[in-house]
Design a protein around this ligand. Structure first.
Ligand code: 2YC
Length: 296
């Protein structure tokens, strides 16, 4: 996913209550509810009973291009908004990790230039942001569209988010087509889907035709101006994770109420919910059957 800038994230914390209202109008659920739906925690509110007392930490990482001003604070603010006991240690990097663990954190979130990961040290497990973001946005599309079973969905962009979106869509029994500027990346993704979970994923036709014949679209590109107003009909719903948004301003106006897009929130909410399942599973079953049909 594209490296965020301070500008991308600066208003997020102050607008989380307003964003929840927007998400409820578009999907029927809040940020927490989408995270629960994405992570298989099922009914809204179940997680709230599990969240209190679960300590989380967000550790700033100075490697590579360094810290993004506001990134850790924004991630921490989203976790607090969801009801988790979240903090940022006084130190960064290894010292910050040690402080977090010593302080009893059961989930530690950290991002370098290549990956953003939630660590569950006691369980020896991790939650990857790209996979969680894909699952969160597919869950949101599922909620917007009233279910995806048997429906045709187009995934534009065959990078990590597109790959995990194909997995999440296939688990929800959607009929998936993928497209990428580099045709071989689309072909490779269909081969992986077939071998990894026996899904019959199609390589879409050219982009213009694919966008004109699909009403359910996941924009998993890191490009702007992929989806234009001419592609949008009254039945079109778009899930557009990360920056920049792939739908043009004109397209977003036509899509009002039928598009999901944010730089970080849905991905972090899904990471937190998936991490909670991991640490809670350690202490007895959660007792839900998740949206993937697996018992938890
Ligand atoms: O402030 C810090 O700790 C930095 N090391 C954070 C760098 C995050 C780089 N990644 C991104 O901006 C995007 C995020 C949406 C998550 C994945 N890529």
């Amino acid at each position: 996913m594209t490296r965020l800038t301070t500008d991308d994230i600066e208003g997020i914390r102050a607008q989380l209550v307003e964003y929840d209202r927007e998400l409820v109008s578009v999907t029927g659920r809040t940020l927490l509810g989408i995270g629960e739906w994405a992570s298989g925690l099922g009914d809204e509110g179940h997680l709230q009973r599990l969240a209190p007392g679960k300590k989380m930490a967000v550790v700033p990482i100075r490697s590579g291009l360094g810290v993004i001003s506001g990134f850790s604070e924004t991630v921490c603010g989203i976790l607090l908004h969801l009801g988790f006991d979240a903090m940022i240690p006084g130190r960064s990097d290894v010292s910050g990790f040690a402080e977090a663990v010593d302080g009893g954190a059961q989930v530690i979130l950290a991002a370098d230039d290549d990956r953003f990961v939630a660590f569950c040290p006691r369980q020896g497990k991790t939650v990857d942001n790209s996979r969680a973001t894909a699952r969160g946005y597919v869950a949101g599309l599922d909620l917007m569209a009233g279910g995806l079973d048997g429906k045709e969905v187009l995934v534009v962009g065959c990078g990590p988010v597109g790959r995990w979106a194909v997995e999440a869509l296939s688990m929800r029994k959607a009929r998936v087509s993928v497209i990428d500027r580099v045709a071989e990346k689309a072909e490779e993704l269909t081969r992986w889907a077939r071998s990894a979970f026996q899904a019959d994923v199609q390589v879409g036709p050219d982009l213009e035709q694919a966008l004109s014949t699909h009403h359910l679209i996941v924009d998993a590109t890191n490009a702007a101006e992929v989806i234009h107003a001419r592609h949008v009909t009254a039945d079109t719903h778009v899930a557009a994770p990360g920056m920049p948004c792939g739908a043009t301003l004109d397209a977003r106006e036509k899509l009002a109420g039928r598009i999901l897009h944010d730089p970080l929130q849905i991905g972090v909410a899904t990471m937190a919910c998936e991490a909670l399942r991991i640490i809670h599973a350690q202490s007895g079953p959660v007792g839900q059957t998740d949206c993937y049909g697996a018992s938890t």
